[in-house]
Every structure is written in structure tokens, then in C-alpha cells.
Design a protein around this ligand. Structure first.
Ligand code: ADP
Ligand code: MG
Length: 231
């Protein structure tokens, strides 16, 4: 508990600093973009129009990365509503379906017949589920398994808890990765930010819940979220 409070503070400070820097990088990028567009007609005359396209595409990509980063680093208190997790997960399932199809993964959802209300911020919870599913898709893409990639989402109610499990048969993690995966800025990916799971952890802790992972290298990973339901 102590440790997670310290991690939470560290994340808030780092997030603020990084968000400040990200903002500052955006301004020069906007100026560069403008001047490249002004240069464009001259490059067309020289038969080098494609140079501008490369520069503009890369500037837009940098902007996109910054936008995603700012999105994920903004710490905020949950705006609680009465939420039914079943319909929230159905939304998420639908939202991810096309990307899953494109990536050749199967996305399963199992929910109980009777739903319960929980008090939670639906936007933040959605962000948690989307982050975990995105990681699962990436783990499946990086897996050397020849079989079909499967992501199984399961909702169940136990006593006063709602339990959401998200399981994938992707590449799994080493014990070393498993120990660090919730650390801010920890990533094993060339283009990763390492913020996804740190933000998920913070959101779930702010909801008085728990988020844990189990994983076996080469076999797959299970994320388990437990949230308190109404008494
Ligand atoms: P990022 O995705 O930007 O790397 P995350 O915080 O989302 O950052 O994840 C941190 C690291 O945890 C990833 O780089 C990856 O090594 C590991 N990880 C997360 N989810 C999975 C998963 N489902 N399977 C295997 N490894 C995972
Ligand atoms: Mg991620």
C-alpha cells in the first residue's frame, strides 16, 4: 500500500512535467509544419514534392504521439456515476471488434445474466479496459504461437466485488517484466510510452479497487480487476 501511494505521487509529478514538455514541443512543431507547407511549391518545381509529404507525415505522427501521451498523463479524480459493467464491457467489446478482426484475433466476452450497479467513472474504466486490450493485441502480434490469438474478457460478481478478467494467449512476460509492468515509463516496446498500465493502476486505485497480472512467457497473460459493488 505504502509503495503504491509513493508510485502514485511519482506518476503525478512525472506526468505533470512530461505534459509540460509535450506542450512546449507542440508549438515548434506547428511552426515547422507551417514553413514546410510554404516550401512545398518550391520543392514541387524541383520535382521533390514527395519530400514535403514525408516531413508532414512525420510531424503529424509526432503530434499524434504527444496527443496520446497528454491524454494518458492527465490525472483526474473519478467522476462517479451508477454504472453497469456489463453494458460498459459490451461497448468496449464492440469498439475493439474491428481492430481485433484486422489483427486476426478473436475477442470473447462472457458476462453474468444479472448485472449490478457500481459507482465509477465510466470514461476512466473504459480507458483501463481499452489499454489492457490494446496491450493484449500487441502481445498477440508479437507472439510466435502459430495458433489463433484469443482475448477473453469475463465479468463475474463475487460477494461485494465485481471481477473483470482479461486473458490473452500472446507472448506473455518474463518475471522481470512482470515485476515492473505497472511502473511509469516502463516499456519493452520500441514505440511504447510505458504509461498505459501505470495509468490503469492509478485509475483502479482511485476507484478503491485492485489490478493485478499473472503471466507465463510464451503462453499468455491474465489481468484481473476487482472493484467494490454497491452494498
Ligand atoms: P506500453 O504498452 O507503452 O509498453 P504499458 O504500460 O501498457 O506500456 O505496458 C508496459 C509493458 O508491460 C509492455 O511494454 C509489455 O512489456 C508489458 N505488457 C503489458 N501487457 C502485456 C500483455 N498482455 N502481454 C505481454 N506483455 C505485456
Ligand atoms: Mg500499452
Amino acid at each position: 500500500m505504502e509503495e503504491s501511494v509513493v508510485e502514485n505521487d511519482k506518476l503525478a509529478v512525472l506526468g505533470k512535467m512530461a505534459a509540460g514538455i509535450a506542450h512546449e514541443i507542440r508549438n515548434p512543431l506547428t511552426i515547422i509544419r507551417g514553413f514546410v507547407q510554404l516550401l512545398h511549391p518550391h520543392l514541387v518545381e524541383l520535382g521533390k514534392a514527395d519530400y514535403t509529404e514525408v516531413v508532414l507525415t512525420e510531424i503529424d505522427r509526432a503530434n499524434q504521439i504527444i496527443a496520446e501521451f497528454l491524454d494518458s498523463s492527465r490525472p483526474s479524480e473519478p467522476m462517479r456515476h451508477d454504472v453497469t459493467l456489463k453494458s460498459l464491457l459490451e461497448d468496449v467489446h464492440l469498439l475493439c471488434q474491428s481492430e481485433a478482426l484486422l489483427k486476426g484475433c478473436e475477442l470473447e466476452l462472457v458476462t453474468p445474466d444479472v448485472d449490478r450497479l457500481i459507482s465509477a467513472d465510466p470514461k476512466q474504466l473504459k480507458q483501463v479496459f481499452l489499454n489492457i486490450i490494446k496491450n493484449a493485441m500487441e502481445a498477440i502480434a508479437e507472439s510466435r504461437n502459430t495458433g489463433k490469438g484469443v482475448i477473453a474478457i469475463r465479468l463475474a460478481y463475487e460477494d461485494n466485488l465485481a471481477v473483470i478478467e482479461i486473458r490473452d494467449n500472446g507472448k506473455g512476460m518474463s518475471e522481470q517484466t512482470l515485476r515492473k509492468l505497472f511502473d511509469p515509463f516502463f516499456t519493452t516496446k520500441a514505440t511504447g510510452t510505458g504509461l498505459g498500465l501505470a495509468v490503469c493502476k492509478r485509475i483502479i486505485i482511485n476507484h478503491s479497487g485492485t489490478l493485478d497480472a499473472e503471466s507465463t512467457e510464451g503462453v499468455g497473460t491474465l489481468f484481473r480487476i476487482a472493484l467494490p459493488t454497491h452494498a
